[in-house]
Design a protein around this ligand. Structure first.
Ligand SMILES: [Cu+2]
Length: 143
């Protein structure tokens, strides 16, 4: 009987810890991101670790929220980046270990592929950060 009580107490304790973790702010969850919202890790390995061909897909005229997250914290030195989307006149400003997250917002106007890249030519891994694309689907909303 005592053993059973102990087991229940332990299980209850574990579930309390789990629910506490799930509720604490800033903890990554697997929830579906808001439509039009994207998180892109920027590191010497590329955008989300893709050296080439990284892109996000949006609908024409969609409101887009793009969050760039510094991904070189595991590197031996600070490695500042500055992401620009020239077509929209957008610049994140320095993203580095002191300013690890920047969100930009824009309306996905225009056609085809909008380029984004790092504007700091001597950042480590720069060649992996020059070919980001925003692909705009012009077919409308006929899902
Ligand atoms: Cu860079």
């Amino acid at each position: 009987m005592k053993k059973k009580f102990l087991l229940i107490s332990v299980l209850l304790g574990i579930s309390l810890v789990i629910s506490a973790c799930a509720q604490s702010p800033g903890v990554e969850t697997n929830e579906e991101p808001e439509e039009g919202a994207f998180r892109v890790v920027v590191s010497r390995n590329g955008f989300n670790n893709e050296a080439q061909g990284f892109h996000i897909e949006v609908e024409e005229d969609q409101e887009v929220e793009l969050t760039f997250v510094y991904g070189d914290s595991d590197f031996s030195q600070n490695n500042p980046h500055n992401i620009i989307i020239p077509e929209y006149g957008i610049e994140t400003g320095i993203i580095d270990e002191n300013n690890p997250e920047v969100t930009v917002q824009f309306t996905a106007t225009g056609h085809g592929e909008i380029a984004f890249m790092c504007s700091i030519p001597d950042c480590i891994g720069h060649s992996n950060l020059v070919s980001g694309r925003i692909m705009i689907d012009e077919s409308g909303h006929e899902d």
